[in-house]
Design a protein around this ligand. Structure first.
Ligand SMILES: [Zn+2]
Length: 297
């Protein structure tokens, strides 16, 4: 279970999870014949799925183990039994995942899905939209990738003792000309992570005194769906992939996390702390939303 004191920067959407209001744990009577009570969970269930099954699976999770039809669309999803209090629905890059506690019947799961059909399909189409922004890096000489919001080019440079960026925005990699893609990737990522750590520390040290907070430990993450997080004890986690983005975007995430050392929530008081330092935080946040760190690979 996630540390409740750890706040996750939540503006990056995938994966999105929706939780049902906790279902009643009391034993249920067979529900095929009973009329749902007003206000009960299943009162809003739509008419059953179309009789005709479409041929194509419209949304197919690679590890799908169950299927349903949502508003005429065939959806193959991953279903898991987990220890939790309610059914969880999650739409991620792979598709739909449903997690339910043992005491929830498959029928209830299906009813929950039908209730959320519109939500699932909308999240999926948003996900597809984001996938268009995939930034696949080619790990070869001459290939380019973004560093601080502008492209740099990869160059194999056996005579180099360590990787360095020159004035022409060429990243000279200390690798033989025969280097394989995986070696190039490792060398580039190591360099990016080193740069990320240095820059993030510098920006944390810049903003923390301005905001009257003290951070204690920086760790780098590469969690696809999170830009950063902060804990009350001052530990900050930042996604090293942020190093691909413009400095304004990085500063926004740094300030956002530091602001959590004041306010461990997203209350108006929290946003005031952010706005005091970055009056244009809304624009920065919007620009950030277009980026999909998860897809840098
Ligand atoms: Zn936050």
């Amino acid at each position: 279970m996630r540390n409740p004191l750890q706040l996750v920067l939540d503006f990056l959407s995938p994966p999105q999870e929706r939780t049902t209001p906790a279902l009643d744990k009391a034993p249920r009577t067979p529900d095929s014949t009973t009329t749902p009570e007003p206000g009960a969970l299943r009162t809003t269930v739509r008419p059953s799925a179309p009789v005709q099954m479409p041929d194509e699976v419209s949304i197919a999770h690679p590890r799908a183990n169950r299927e349903t039809v949502l508003e005429g669309m065939r959806v193959a999803y991953l279903f898991q039994r987990v220890r939790r209090r309610s059914i969880g629905f999650l739409v991620g890059p792979d598709g739909l995942e449903v997690r339910a506690p043992k005491w929830v019947t498959l029928k209830e799961v299906e009813l929950g899905l039908q209730e959320r059909a519109e939500w699932v399909l909308r999240k999926w189409s948003e996900m597809q939209e984001r996938q268009k922004n995939i930034r696949q890096i080619e790990w070869r000489e001459g290939a380019s990738l973004d560093y601080l919001g502008a492209p740099i080019h990869l160059l194999l440079s056996p005579q180099n003792g360590r990787s360095e960026l020159n004035d022409q925005r060429q990243l000279l990699l200390a690798l033989p000309h025969s280097a394989e893609a995986s070696q190039i990737r490792d060398a580039v990522q190591a360099w990016l992570m080193r740069e990320a750590k240095n820059l993030f520390e510098q920006r944390l040290n810049h903003f923390a005194p301005l905001m009257g907070v003290q951070w204690r430990r920086l760790s780098l993450s590469n969690a696809g769906s999170r830009w950063g997080s902060a804990r009350v004890d001052g530990a900050i986690r930042l996604n090293w992939r942020l190093i691909h983005l413009k400095p304004e975007a990085i500063d926004y995430v740094v300030v956002h996390e530091l602001a959590h050392l004041h306010e461990m929530n997203h209350s108006p008081a929290f946003w005031k702390v952010v706005a005091d330092i970055l009056p244009d935080h809304l624009e920065r946040r919007k620009a950030l939303q277009k980026e999909n760190l998860a897809n840098w690979a």
